[in-house]
Design a protein around this ligand. Sequence first.
Ligand code: SF4
Ligand SMILES: [Zn+2]
Ligand SMILES: [Zn+2]
Length: 316
Amino acid sequence: MKCSTCQGKAAIEIRRHNAAFCGPCFLGHLERQIQRAIESERMLAPAERVLVAVSGGKDSLCLWEVLRRLGYETTGLHLDLGIDGYSPEGRKKTEAYAEAHELPLQVIEVKQETGFTIPELGERTRRPPCSGCGLSKRYLMNRATLAGGFPVLATGHNLDDVAAILFGNVLHWQTEQLSRMTPVRPATHAKLAKTVKPLIRVTEREAVAYCLLRGVDYHEDECPNAAGATLLLYKDVINQIEAVSPGSKQAFYQEFVKKVQPHLAAGETVTLRECDVCGQVTTGEVCAYCRMMERARQTTVRRGRVTRTVLEVPPA
Ligand code: SF4
Ligand SMILES: [Zn+2]
Ligand SMILES: [Zn+2]
């Protein structure tokens, strides 16, 4: 198999592009894919200041490396989730990357911010850990982006992620979530940061290959809470389709964004306002994060059992 660019010996085949690349040409190809996504979706202005969400895994470190090489002024943002056997390694890899490239890094410890680690939050709210984790991440990242005066937050969601999320939302016809599924979420309110997903044209396999070829040392383990998650099942199903019909994964997501999402968004009327408790953006009086934290605080844990504390409310 020959490299589609230089005709040398190919090291990686990308069937959806009907192409194969040697190592150096693959690096250029992947960086161009990201640059094209950034330009066509107007994610970032040239050399813009960007806050990059970095977990220490392959996707986020691939993103940070490419943005750094493309000349953007990047600062890393790492959330230490406090998950035993997983979080310390991700933080270590993130800090090592920042130090090696002399890049600024902001680390937020969820336990210090909220009083609870992500597993403790799940236990106290009796919700799956991923539910509290996703909500906490969105909230804390949005707040950090605004507090740091960054015009935009970049996350490492890749093509496999967005296609699987889309699949799940279609399967259950979650029209509200579908209407928000765009590679760029604009800042439609003073308390809402613009977020972008520059890896929407890059698969997990390609992010791994990029990190290996560039010598980027990433955290290889998956979060223990991801095991058995429905998102992994959706990824598997989509990969089976992709294996017999290359290009389906990318077309599924890109065509949705182009042809369907605008119609769904046009039918949505959401009024944003500031949360009565924390002042962050919400659609109701109190935001979902504050409601979750209040529920966690009202719960006491005794001898491994979770008990709801009933608050005495005086009669009206
Ligand atoms: S798998 Fe769940 S708990 Fe783990 S990092 Fe992802 S959202 Fe958080
Ligand atoms: Zn080549
Ligand atoms: Zn709030």
